[in-house]
Design a protein around this ligand. Structure first.
Ligand code: B16
Ligand code: MG
Length: 211
């Protein structure tokens, strides 16, 4: 088997929290009268909270102070966490759950590589808080994707080299991060056709055909 480990992005790969990010940013942008739509939202995938805010504010008609920006980020995160609180194990699809268990049964070592500081909370909501051997997230990195740090830390947690791991991503920034770190990547969702990825998944369960 070519890969010994798999590192999964969280939002948009394991669960649909990418939709909640969109709704929470959309509410903020609308309050501030800043144009924002799903196409611009795709630019925020895999990017840290403050960098996401800077991308949204590019369309603003006035400049904001750092204190205002911090308050906006907090406002968005509070709205986002209200949406997360409604999540339960039902928000993990059977397809994702069954595929994860099948990969583990094949002896693969599984980790999370997410830019989100809310990762522990989300994993707990969907009942996967004890499932992964390593969780590398926004709380343990200093550089957000497309920097490879989050995936390099995940590989370290699995005690594997980058070339032994496959990264699964839905963000162009994440595919770029995987390539920069020397990882193969399976791209899905918004990033599915990214030519820097070695694999292009129509569905999450297509992973079983690669491994
Ligand atoms: P938070 P991922 C990323 O998660 C999201 O794609 C991105 O939209 C978000 O801004 C980032 O996490 C930070 O999230 O505000 O919860 O810390 O796709 O890398 O799992
Ligand atoms: Mg993602």
């Amino acid at each position: 088997m070519k890969y010994k480990g798999i590192i999964f992005d969280l939002d948009g790969v394991i669960c649909s929290t990418d939709e909640y990010h969109y709704l929470a940013w959309q509410a903020l942008a609308s309050r501030l009268d800043i144009p924002f739509d799903r196409e611009r939202n795709n630019l925020l995938r895999g990017v840290s909270r403050m960098e996401s805010l800077e991308i949204i504010l590019e369309k603003a008609e006035r400049a904001y102070t750092q204190d205002e920006k911090l308050a906006f980020a907090q406002e968005k995160n509070e709205r986002y966490r209200e949406l997360l609180k409604q999540m339960s194990e039902k928000d993990l699809t059977d397809e994702v759950r069954n595929t994860l268990h099948a990969l583990k049964a094949k002896g693969l070592q599984l980790a999370i590589g997410s830019s989100s500081k809310n990762t522990p909370f989300i994993l707990e909501r969907i009942g996967l808080d004890k499932f992964f051997m390593g969780v590398s997230d926004g709380n343990c990195i200093t550089h957000s994707k497309p920097h490879p740090e989050v995936f390099l830390k995940a590989a370290d947690m699995l005690k594997l080299k980058p070339e032994e791991c496959l990264v699964v991503e839905d963000a162009h920034a994440g595919v770029e991060a995987a390539a920069a770190g020397g990882f193969d990547c399976a791209a899905m969702g918004d990033a599915r056709d990214d030519q820097r990825a070695q694999w292009h998944l129509k569905r999450f369960s297509d992973l079983l055909g690669i491994i």
